[in-house]
Design a protein around this ligand. Structure first.
Ligand code: 2V1
Length: 295
């Protein structure tokens, strides 16, 4: 250990900001993609650790609040959560450094591999179970995601699926994204209490999880059907039409080729009242028992 550590107090975190990453220890590689928030690049940290580096375009997020929250987020550690390694906050744009997931977003993965996936119901169910495990961990830590969807999950080697960007939505400044009337608000993953009162909870994450399951199982169409995959929920409907349907309690229909029992479980996520939806904790058990039957 370096000399300064020896005098460091027991709680090393206080002696130097563990969540602060020295940009000189980062080597930036190819671009992975971009969005209204900035650019994401693959990178190497301390010469050997593969990372993803989100370079947050100025003005897209409330940076100081996020940097404060990063200390909490680095402590959330689970095999089905994309690990936040830290931030480079001493200069602009700030960098958010996470573990690297080599197959990109779950949504793009489903669309790229539809041929092999759609006849593989248990692989689809296994992906849903992995997301449920990550979400049950967040639920246990009273941590609300606020934007759970297949686009915000990532796929690593050996078909590992992990939840990404949990809680990040709170720091986005673009009110087209944050307000439920905005054009970028994820209406199709939002329950009635979020559409009406923006009341987020782990139970609103459960509603979004049901829509994520639907996104995954629209991959499961039978061979002779036109391939849909990672379909857009409610198809081409305008947001206002979706809000109307959701308020009336009209829910997503069973994806073709999706096992009836799996659809029965999916539907439990879409109870109009949050208290009638299962928690991720007991949902995990139900999915495990269905997967036993399916296997
Ligand atoms: C809701 S918000 O706050 O506005 C918000 C919006 C977006 C984001 C965000 O991170 N987006 C975003 C955009 C692009 C890449 C990422 C992104 C983030 N990551 C974190 C860990 N790993 C990744 C990763 N990995 C990828 C991505 C693409 C490929 C790729 O090129 N492939 C083609 C060949 O086959 C394999 C896959 C490979 C690995 N991509 C994240 C974050 C927050």
């Amino acid at each position: 250990t370096s000399p300064c550590d020896r005098q460091a107090p027991a709680t090393a975190g206080l002696s130097h900001d563990k969540w602060e990453i020295d940009p000189h220890e980062l080597m930036l590689l190819e671009e992975l993609g971009s969005g209204q928030f900035g650019v994401v690049r693959r990178g190497r940290w301390r010469g050997s650790i593969d990372v993803a580096v989100k370079m947050m375009k100025e003005g897209t997020m409330s940076e100081d609040d996020f940097i404060e929250e990063a200390k909490v987020m680095t402590k959330l550690q689970h095999t089905n959560l994309v690990q936040l390694y830290g931030v480079c906050s001493k200069n602009r744009p700030i960098f958010i450094v996470t573990e690297y997931m080599r197959h990109g977003s779950l949504l793009n993965y489903l669309r790229r591999h539809k041929q092999s996936l759609n006849s593989n119901q248990d692989l689809l169910l296994d992906m849903c179970i992995q997301v449920c495990k990550g979400m049950a961990y967040l639920e246990r830590h009273n941590y609300i995601h606020r934007d759970l969807a297949a686009r915000n999950c990532l796929v690593g080697s050996e078909n590992t699926v992990k939840v990404a960007d949990f809680g990040l939505a709170r720091y986005v400044l673009d009110d087209q994204y944050t307000s439920s009337g905005g054009t970028k608000f994820p209406i199709k993953w939002a329950p009635p209490e979020v559409l009406n009162y923006t009341r987020f909870s782990s139970k609103s994450d459960v509603w979004a999880y049901g829509v994520l399951m639907w996104e995954v199982f629209t991959c499961g169409v039978l061979m002779w059907e036109v391939f849909t995959c990672g379909e857009m929920p409610y198809g081409r409907l305008k947001n206002s039409e979706v809000v109307e349907k959701v308020q009336k309690g009209i829910i997503l229909e069973k994806p073709k080729g999706c096992d009836k029992e799996v659809y029965e479980i999916m539907k439990k996520c879409w109870h109009a009242l949050p208290e009638n939806r299962p928690s991720f904790r007991n949902f995990k058990e139900q999915l495990a028992s269905v997967s036993q039957k399916l296997l």
